[in-house]
Design a protein. Structure first.
Length: 236
């Protein structure tokens, strides 16, 4: 397993802006060259904006044969720069060009971060070029979300992505599991130490403690089973 930073690390952008997809492609190529890795069985997993990156990578690189997207999006969103939240640059580039992106915007009744994304998503139909072309993914897709995600409307966005796959006759298995009363953190490896997440951060990520724990307990074996079926069966 390769865990990959993509911003706020040495040699990388210090804000979530202008991150080249080629960076992730190079990581896939590096993994494929490892003697212990079957290059025909490479999958990716990402959470939140990392899920956005994972779906974009798999949509652009046919060597990625499976995707697990945790609290994902169906569209590309603008970048994240605390110094200028309203006019951050594009989060991602490809071939040196910024990918078209939706922008979180205020609207009637805006009181939270999620509301900004909800209002931005309401304009997605006016900007079809921002939709992630998930139908180009060369393998199965699993999306996991929490109904009470307070960060962004991941449940709704996962359903939009699933609908796009259905409409375009996606030939691979694609599933969305939406956990009741769970928040943004619906997944963690079995035995993972979450004690470093402060109570304030836990509250910000939403969901009840019991529902989040139940979601993580259920999603870990589900992800393992998905990976086994997607990558350990007959290679495509």
């Amino acid at each position: 397993m390769l865990a990959l930073a993509y911003w706020r690390a040495p040699g990388l952008p210090q804000t979530l802006e202008a991150v080249p997809l080629e960076y992730f492609v190079r990581a896939v190529d590096w993994a494929k060259a490892r003697p212990e890795i079957d290059p025909r069985r490479v999958g990716v997993l990402g959470w939140s904006r990392g899920a956005e990156a994972a779906l974009l990578l798999a949509s652009h690189d046919a060597d990625v044969k499976a995707v697990i997207a945790l609290a994902p999006t169906a569209n590309v969103w603008s970048g994240l720069n605390p110094a200028r939240m309203a006019d951050a640059d594009a989060a991602w580039t490809f071939g040196g060009r910024p990918l078209p992106a939706l922008v979180p915007v205020g609207g009637p009744g805006t009181t939270s971060l999620k509301d900004l994304f909800v209002h931005g998503l309401d304009h997605a139909g006016e900007h079809p070029e921002t939709a992630i072309p998930v139908e180009k993914i060369n393998g199965p897709v699993l999306m996991l979300t929490g109904v009470d995600d307070p960060i962004w409307p991941s449940s709704r966005m996962a359903e939009l992505a699933m609908a796009r796959l259905d409409e375009r006759g996606f030939p691979f298995d694609h599933r969305h599991v939406d956990y009741p009363d769970a928040g943004h953190l619906v997944f963690a490896a079995e035995g993972a130490d979450l004690s470093r997440i402060s109570p304030a951060a836990r509250a910000m990520l939403g969901g009840s403690e019991s529902a989040n724990a139940a979601a993580r307990s259920a999603s870990w074996p589900l992800a393992l089973d998905f990976t086994d079926q997607a990558l350990k069966g007959k290679a495509r």
